[in-house]
Design a protein around this ligand. Structure first.
Ligand SMILES: [Fe+2]
Length: 373
């Protein structure tokens, strides 16, 4: 019923994604091939703690040692990739020729920018303003199942001082290689499993609704939504369930591949202010705004929404939220009426709006937040 395309869709589209993907348990093979091509003086970018505690870092460093690779560790990345943390790497003196990013979305997004900073000896803001820069080759190893950043050309950066969070696309932000091993996600705590899994779900939903969607991204989006419906709760309840972790890793990968074609749309832009002003984790922020977003599209009869709802109905989505203990009212996070205008202004200048399948104005955005108070 769902696997059809209109003639219009098949007439003209482009699909491009240059990332080599190793899925499953072939970590060593992927690393070996990457270093053979891209060099043997590596900087490993990761977060401050969890990858050392759960042993993921040791798995990577042991492989590098076995192949006599020089590597330097840069483990200073916080949740939400930040300009100041990226710019700290300007001072790094070392003739690095490639980067390994080991972590969740903020680590991979940061690593994409750190490669550019090290390669060009300039701060990330001026590089992004100019747009004309080179990068180090990146090997991305995600340790969550949500971001999709390991296969996209995007980096989403947060500027706490100016209360802004926005995504940047650059052709050098595509990693050369992504190693998607569900084993790296086994130690994720339940809450992180929920938040990152919901981030993947919103990537898939937004990609399918995007006016840039193409027949290939659509197939990936619908399959990914089904995988999340069938596996997120199991991965949440049973952290070491291999099948659930594998299927969630696959769903996250499909979400990344799908948004590499389409980008995200209004929903991600609605979530950004929740993270910037109230420190709400990215995936949760999107999930909080998902229900009013879908209900509004039902009201204005966005046709393509029905394909999504025929796989994951609203009652099923509500059940998932209940089981994951997701509170969707803004009041639960102490967000009141007084900040909604600020949020709305923040949303209106985001590029994500452009490919949303309906005309957006300030009133619509304000009402989406108000509905959720
Ligand atoms: Fe996201």
């Amino acid at each position: 019923m769902l696997w059809y395309f209109t003639n219009m869709e098949l007439k003209k589209f482009r699909y491009f994604n240059p990332v080599k993907i190793y899925f499953g348990d072939n970590i060593e093979k992927g690393i070996k091939e990457f270093i053979e091509i891209y060099g043997k003086n590596i900087i490993i970018v990761t977060g401050k703690k969890s990858q050392f505690e759960n042993g993921n870092y040791q798995i990577i460093s042991n492989i590098l040692k076995r192949y006599n690779i020089n590597y330097t560790l840069w483990n200073k990345i916080s949740p939400n990739a930040r300009y100041d943390e990226i710019d700290e790497t300007i001072s790094l003196k070392g003739n690095y020729n490639s980067i390994i990013a080991l972590g969740g979305g903020s680590v991979i997004d940061s690593a994409k920018c750190i490669g550019a900073v090290i390669r060009n000896h300039k701060d990330i803001r001026s590089l992004l303003n100019n747009g004309n820069f080179n990068n180090l080759p990146i090997l991305a190893i995600p340790t969550t199942a949500g971001t999709g950043s390991s296969v996209t050309q995007y980096s989403v950066l947060m500027d706490k001082k100016n209360n802004d969070k926005r995504g940047f696309a650059h052709k050098t932000f595509f990693p050369k290689t992504a190693i998607i091993s569900p084993n790296f996600t086994m130690s994720m705590p339940a809450k992180l499993t929920a938040n990152t899994g919901l981030d993947a779900l919103t990537h898939l939903i937004e990609s399918y609704l995007s006016t840039r969607a193409n027949p290939i991204s659509n197939l990936m989006a619908l399959k990914g939504i089904k995988l999340i419906k069938e596996n997120l709760l199991t991965a949440y309840r049973e952290s070491e369930n291999g099948d659930a972790r594998t299927n969630m890793a696959m769903a996250s990968l499909l979400g990344g591949l799908a948004i590499s074609q389409t980008g995200t749309i209004l929903l991600h832009a609605l979530g950004y202010p929740l993270t910037v002003y109230y420190d709400i984790p990215h995936g949760l922020a999107n999930a909080i705004m998902l229900m009013p977003f879908i209900e509004f599209m039902e009201e204005i009869s966005v046709k393509r929404l029905h394909d999504i709802l025929s796989i994951l109905s609203l009652p099923e989505l509500k059940d998932i939220f209940n089981t994951l203990n997701i509170k969707t009212s803004l009041k639960e996070y102490n967000i009141g009426e007084d900040i909604i205008d600020v949020f709305t202004n923040n949303v209106m200048d985001k590029k994500n709006l452009k490919y949303t399948p309906f005309e957006i104005n300030e009133k619509i955005v304000t009402n989406l937040y108000r509905k959720n108070l």
